[in-house]
Design a protein around this ligand. Structure first.
Ligand code: IVH
Length: 671
């Protein structure tokens, strides 16, 4: 057991190193949860042994020092931090202190998501944006005015009545998860810097000395308070934010004002349920005493206000050990390294596998088996390894075993190949490779494709392993005896399977094209192809140039379709499928005389009341066409939060953009 002095010294060294890396070079060395835990431990030790507290202890600092490359701006009012409540009892304790100090029994709180981004201060003088700064160390930050001006949802000029002559708005700059995933996918493809999480991507984007780089990043601002101002503002926090919104400043749509601490917990539970579905990362909830007069009476202690607290969610990034790597073969033959992890609890679920994407990613991370790694799980994105914990000398001392990428397909032994400009290494075995075949069948049978009920992954494995399936066409040759002979397949289940296979024969051209699993041909592209060419033969006969005429189809996708169409093995399977009786009604171009006939819609970003698919199918039911990319032919774009490049393109083509509530009005009017 180390003595308290030794432990304090050790924690101090670590926290300083972690803090410097985090605040000054945007590179976290350990997950936030580890940082928070170490900070909490140090605070506790210092509380027990005040004589051991150094004046420059990490517990006494708010953040890091600004970089020298930007001008420094002193905050007229310090930008403070928040105290954390890690449990319900911490929160109740916070409430008890508030009640005691104010000597009132009922407190009104404003609840807001704690956005996981970069804190900034934006100054408006006579309604004009004149300055923006990072929080920096809380006392002074960096002048990032040029960069903040590139953020599309930050108004450069406020509009409305009674705008204070001087108004400092404070808030968080974030990158929505979808924009982050796109940014990183592109960076991986081009071999550029991949960001660890949306917050670091936001920090890195704001730190660009060249603001034209910042302008290309999907940054968003959300205001959460007012700093210095000259003029009059409402007497409560929520009303103040609503006034900001009236002037054009974005605020959180999830803000809610409640009475009492129990209602705060209810809000927490509700947001915890929604967390995965939100378009952006949140790491907790912030509760603020709503009355500004009460806030003033409560005041501050050292670095945080007494009137606010952050109730943290389970961490989205945690560290664990990499036990091994499996190589999975997908339906297109791509070999994906999958990390096997010592099970850990991440954002509410236990994770024991994470993707390592591809060989480049393994090299980029310089990860080896036995390393302690940081796993991130956010939203519905599959868990990923984002970095290796390099710092902790004692954690990574075990035997490090290199990850050896296979030289042959791990499923069928065929050769592996890498196409020029591609990140993926693929098995060349085609459907001769059982792993690829299983993937192909799984996709063919899936709900949005041929929708074969009851044909799950396990059954597909059995059918392929037993040699009953050598192509998707074999599905239509299955017999009751053959299926019945499989393990755990009774007479009833065999019968049901054959019935659903038979039922799947009736389909639509677009579902059939999608089911074929042509590379990069998703549902929307399949639909565009079917509407454009109207017959399967025409799709298969189309030249690359003709294919590129289709909405949605670029040169790469066109080439994939050609490659599929000219492959003799595919033609044989297609003939067999058609001979088995797969059929679809003729494609009628004129989707009919619905009220929206003749219009072409693109739905993008996150919707709340319904999924994007549902919005599209309701639009189509009214006679509209839907597409997945914006072109000159697009008539309207529905953009929810997080809409990025499609929204930009619509703007540049001057195509009308509406939000979800306007869409609901359109749908309700016509349905
Ligand atoms: S209020 C004096 N509200 O959390 C208190 N902060 O840990 C000022 N944050 O630096 C902060 N969402 O960057 C507040 N709705 C929210 C927030 C929020 C995120 C960040 C903020 C602050 C940090 C404190």
């Amino acid at each position: 057991m180390p003595s308290p002095a030794e432990e304090i010294a050790d924690l101090t060294v670590r926290l300083k190193r972690w803090g410097a890396a985090y605040f000054e070079i945007d590179t976290p060395l350990v997950p936030d949860a580890d940082y928070d835990a170490a900070m909490m431990r140090l605070r506790a030790l210092e509380a027990d042994h005040p004589e051991l507290q150094a004046p420059d202890s990490p517990t006494q600092r708010v953040g890091g020092a600004p970089l020298s490359a930007f001008e420094t701006i002193a905050h007229r009012m310090p930008m403070l931090s928040l105290d954390n409540a890690f449990s319900e009892s911490d929160l109740i304790e916070f409430h008890r202190r508030v009640v005691e100090r104010l000597s009132v029994s009922e407190i009104t709180y404003c609840c807001e998501p704690k956005l996981d981004g970069v804190a900034v201060s934006i100054v408006y003088e006579s309604g004009l944006l004149t300055q923006a700064a990072t929080r920096g160390d809380g006392v002074s930050g960096e002048d990032i005015t040029a960069n903040v001006k590139t953020i599309r949802n930050v108004p450069l000029m406020l509009s409305g009545d009674d705008i204070p002559s001087y108004l400092e708005v404070r808030g968080e700059i974030t990158i929505p998860r979808s924009g982050f995933e796109q940014m990183n996918a592109r960076a991986r493809l081009l071999g550029q810097k991949v960001f660890v999480n949306p917050r670091n991507a936001a920090a890195g984007s704001l730190r660009q000395l060249d603001s034209s780089v910042t302008a290309k990043r999907p940054l968003e601002f959300t205001a959460y308070s007012v700093g210095v101002f000259d003029g009059s503002l409402p007497a409560s926090h929520d009303a103040t934010l609503r006034v900001l919104a009236e002037w054009g400043i974005p605020i959180s749509e999830h803000m809610q004002t409640v009475v009492g601490i129990e209602a705060c917990e209810v809000y927490y539970e509700q947001m915890a349920v929604q967390r995965d579905a939100l378009p952006f990362d949140i790491d907790g909830i912030v509760y603020k005493v709503n009355s500004l007069e009460q806030q003033e009476r409560l005041g501050f202690i050292s670095r945080a206000p007494r009137w606010a607290v952050a109730r943290k969610f389970p961490a989205q990034e945690v560290s664990t050990r990499l036990l091994g790597v499996d190589f999975q073969v997908g339906r297109t033959g791509a070999i994906t390294p999958v990390a096997r992890l010592e099970p850990v609890f991440v954002a509410g679920v236990t994770v024991s596998n994470a993707t390592l994407h591809n060989i480049d990613e393994i090299q980029r991370l310089s990860v080896a088996i036995g390393d302690v790694v940081v796993v991130r799980r956010a939203g519905d994105v599959i868990p990923q390894i984002v970095s290796v914990v390099r710092d902790d000398t004692e954690t990574n001392v075990g035997v490090r075993e290199p990850i050896i990428f296979p030289s042959q397909c791990p499923a069928c032994g065929a050769a592996l190949a890498r196409e020029a400009g591609e990140a993926a290494i693929r098995c060349v075995g085609g459907v001769g490779c059982q792993a690829q075949l299983k993937g192909v069948v799984r996709h063919f049978a899936s709900r949005k494709a041929m929708n074969i009920d009851g044909l799950g992954d396990k059954l597909i494995d059995q059918l392929v392993d037993e040699g009953l399936l050598t192509s998707v066409a074999d599905l239509f040759r299955l017999t009751k005896d053959g299926v019945g002979a499989l393990d755990r397949m009774g007479e009833k289940s065999s019968e049901n399977l054959l019935l659903s296979v038979a039922a799947a024969r009736e389909t639509t051209l677009s579902k059939f094209i999608y089911a074929l699993g042509i590379r990069e041909v998703g549902e929307a592209t399949a639909r565009s192809l079917s509407e454009h060419f109207m017959t399967l033969d025409a799709v298969l006969a189309a030249s690359v140039e003709a294919l590129e005429d289709v909405d949605d189809v670029g040169p790469v996708v066109a080439q994939h379709i050609r490659t599929f169409a000219v492959d003799e093995r595919n033609r044989v399977i297609l003939d067999e499928l058609l001979a088995a009786g797969i059929n679809w009604p003729d494609v009628t171009l004129d989707a009919g005389d619905g009220p929206l006939a003749g219009t072409i819609w693109v739905v993008t970003g996150k919707l709340v009341a319904m999924s994007r698919e549902e919005a599209e199918s309701r639009l189509r039911a009214l006679g509209a066409k839907t597409a997945s990319s914006v072109s000159k032919k697009t008539t309207s774009v529905v953009a929810g939060p997080g809409a990025g490049s499609k929204r930009k393109r619509a703007e540049s083509l001057a195509i009308p953009i509406i939000d979800e509530s306007a869409l609901l009005v359109v749908l309700e009017r016509h349905e």
